[in-house]
Design a binder for this molecule. Sequence first.
Ligand code: TPP
Ligand code: MG
Length: 324
Amino acid sequence: MAKKLVKKQYQGVYETMYKMRRFEEEVFEFYKKGMMPGLAHLYLGEEAIATGVCAALNDDDYIGSSHRGHGHLVARGANTGMMMAEILGKKSGYSHGKGGSMHIMAMDKGILGANGIVGGEIPIATGAAYAALYRGTKQVSVSFFGDGATNEGTFHESVNMAAAWKLPCVYIIENNLYGISVDIRDVTNTNDLVDRAKGYGIPGAVADGMDVEAVYAVAAEAIERARAGKGPTIIEYKTYRWQGHHVGDPGDYRVRRDTKEKEKWMKRCPVAAFRKKMLGSGIAESAIRKAENAVEAEIQEAVTFAVDSPYPDVSEAFTDVFTD
Ligand SMILES: Cc1ncc(C[n+]2csc(CCOP(=O)(O)OP(=O)(O)O)c2C)c(N)n1
Ligand SMILES: [Mg+2]
C-alpha cells in the first residue's frame, strides 16, 4: 500500500519547501546586486521534489546532487548560513568558498556534492549505494538529476550496474522539460523518460512533481524497496523550471517555453498548493504564518552571516584544491 504523508509531518514539509523558496529568492537578489561570483541554477518551482523525497529518507542516507542543488541541501536540513556563504565564495561556507553554488556539498548531511558535470552525480550516488551494500549498513543512496542527464552515458552505465547488483539506489529524474534551451520532447522519442527502467529490468514510477504528497508516496515505496535489498528504482517527476537555466538566463527564447506554458505551470506552485492543503486539513493560518516567520528569520540570519563573513585569505588559494 502506498505510503502517505501524515498530518503531523505537514508543518515540517511546508517549512522545508518555503525555506527553499525564500533561500533562492535571496540568491537571485545577490546575483542581481552583483554580489555573487559566477552563476546559480535555481530550483524555484521544483521544491516539492527534494522535499518529498528527503522526507522519506533516514538521516544517514546519501544524496548525489546536480548543478541545481540548493533545494537538495535545504531538504536535508543543511545550514543555510553556510550554504549562503559558500555561494558568495566566503571562507565560512561549506567548502570554504571554493565550491560555490554548483559544487556545494554538506557531508554532514550525506550530500556527496552538487555537480557541475551533467550526470556526474549518478555514478557517485551509485558508488555510495555499493559501499552501503558492501558494508551492510542498510543505507540508501538517492541521485537527483535532470531530464537532460538521462541522455548521458553515466546514467545508463550506473543504472545497469545498480540493477545487476541490486544496489540500494533510487534514481530521481527531475523532468523540468528543458536542458538549458533544449526541449526534451525534441531529443527523446518517448513520452515518459522512466520507460527506460524496463530496459534494465527494474521498476519505474512517474508522478506529479508539483505535488509533494504524490512525490513522497512513490519515493517512500522506492526507498523502502532499496533498503529491503530489492534493488534500484527510477522515478520520474514531472516539473517545471520557473526561471531561465541559470540566474543570468532570461529563459524566454524557446519555441514552446512561451508565456502560456510558463503560466500554466506557475499556477501549480507546489508551495502555495500545499499551504492550501494544510488550511483545508484544519491547520490554522496563524500556525502557518508562525512557521513562515521562523523561516524568514533564519534566511535573514543566513544572509547577514554570509555577507559579514570574510573571503578566504590569498594564502589559502591552493589548499583544499585538487588538480593534476
Ligand atoms: C557533461 C556535461 N555536458 C554539458 C554540460 C553543460 N550543461 C550544463 S547544465 C546542462 C543542462 C542540463 O539539463 P538537465 O539535466 O535537464 O538539468 P536541468 O538544468 O534542467 O535541471 C548542460 C547541457 C555540462 N555541464 N556537463
Ligand atoms: Mg531539465
